[in-house]
Write a protein that binds this ligand. Structure first.
Ligand SMILES: Cc1ncc(COP(=O)(O)O)c(C=O)c1O
Length: 341
């Protein structure tokens, strides 16, 4: 039994999802004629309380389009220093938007008004880039899936808008946050100009992310999707999987969180583990003692068919998901207990 905890992106479509895909009505989405894509876009816009949505191949693309259509060249984006848009999108903000980033420490990745306020540039000083967007990530992948509540988001958004700033959300794992907070997704639309959600992470679809946005931004978003090479043709097969995921895989995310917490607790009792970050959702990040290395641990895990990834000089990351069940959880714990350092 292989246990793959490298990411929640490793899931495969369930039989029921497969069936939904095979039954999808499709058309050419670049001509706006794929009924399954159009239905998914309507569903996402309604779910998040916004007017428009654009289906894209990846969360990197939806983030990059979001930043692009909220900025002008030479602007600056405020975000957490470990945010995906900055650290893990291949320099896309610089390359695609010609924008700089202002990196904040945040509280486990959650940036707040005081820190944002101190980092908005003075418009009248020509030395400084123009601050134009605040980008939040919910949940925060680099911080073991910490999350914002809607109240925290509201405070940041109201402040940012009072300063004339746009709001982007990297909601790759927004639903992981929502099942913990109990906040209504529909309220999110009030607080952002653009929201990226991923269907291919915890929700278990094979491919796809959606950029949800204000109506007036939709033509720009579609143009940039084309320019970035993301226009897909009979994408309805993928959209059907994504719709199925939204209908069937949100509430079960709680199970992933429960298993992640059990893992975190078990790991914290092992002598060679220095510390485990608080486990808030489906991501477990831990550091190993100086006398060993992540490579040593990962090799031993690999020998037992448990896969994880290095996530820092002494850190390892595990992510729970739809294809990780209680049997696998038991196996993982047993394998960890056998590790020698
Ligand atoms: C927080 C976050 N945002 C965006 C992405 C990008 O998604 P994709 O891999 O679909 O490009 C990821 C991917 O893991 C992510 O973790």
């Amino acid at each position: 039994m292989i246990v793959d905890l490298r990411s929640d992106t490793v899931t495969r479509p369930t039989p029921a999802m497969h069936q939904a895909m095979m039954q999808a009505e499709v058309g050419d989405d670049v001509f706006g004629e794929d009924p399954s894509v159009l239905a998914l876009e309507r569903k996402c816009a309604a779910l998040l309380g916004m007017e428009a949505a654009v289906f894209c191949p990846s969360g990197t693309m939806t983030n990059q389009i979001g930043i692009k259509i909220n900025t002008q060249p030479y602007d600056e984006v405020i975000c957490y220093k470990g945010s995906h848009i900055y650290k893990y999108e291949g320099g896309g903000v610089a390359g695609n938007s010609l924008a700089s980033v202002r990196l904040l420490d945040g509280d486990r990745g959650r940036i707040a008004v005081k820190e944002i306020e101190a980092n908005i540039n003075n418009l009248n000083d020509a030395h400084l880039p123009i601050t134009s967007v605040v980008s939040l990530e919910n949940t925060v992948v680099r911080e073991a899936g910490s999350y914002y509540t809607l109240d925290q988001v509201k405070v940041v958004s109201e402040f940012a808008r009072s300063k004339g700033l746009k709001m982007h959300l990297d909601g790759a794992r927004l639903f992981n946050a929502l099942v913990e907070t109990g906040d209504e997704p529909v309220a999110y639309g009030n607080f952002f100009d653009t929201i990226s959600i991923c269907l291919s992470k915890g929700l278990g679809a094979p491919v796809g992310s959606v950029l949800v946005c204000k109506k007036e931004l939709e033509p720009k978003a579609r143009r940039m999707r084309k320019a970035f090479g993301g226009g897909m043709r009979q994408a309805g097969f993928l959209a059907a999987a994504a719709s199925y995921a939204l209908d069937n895989h949100i509430t079960r995310l709680k199970e992933d969180h429960t298993r992640a917490r059990v893992l975190g607790k078990e790991l914290s009792q092992l002598s060679w583990i220095k510390s485990v970050m608080p486990v808030d959702t489906n991501i477990v990040i831990f550091s190993v003692v100086d006398s060993t290395t992540p490579e040593n641990i990962l090799a031993q895990l690999n020998n037992e068919e448990v896969k994880a990834i290095k996530f820092g000089p002494q850190e390892i990351r595990l992510v729970t998901h739809l294809d990780f069940d209680d049997k696998m959880l038991d196996k993982t714990i047993q394998v960890f207990k056998k590790i020698k350092v």
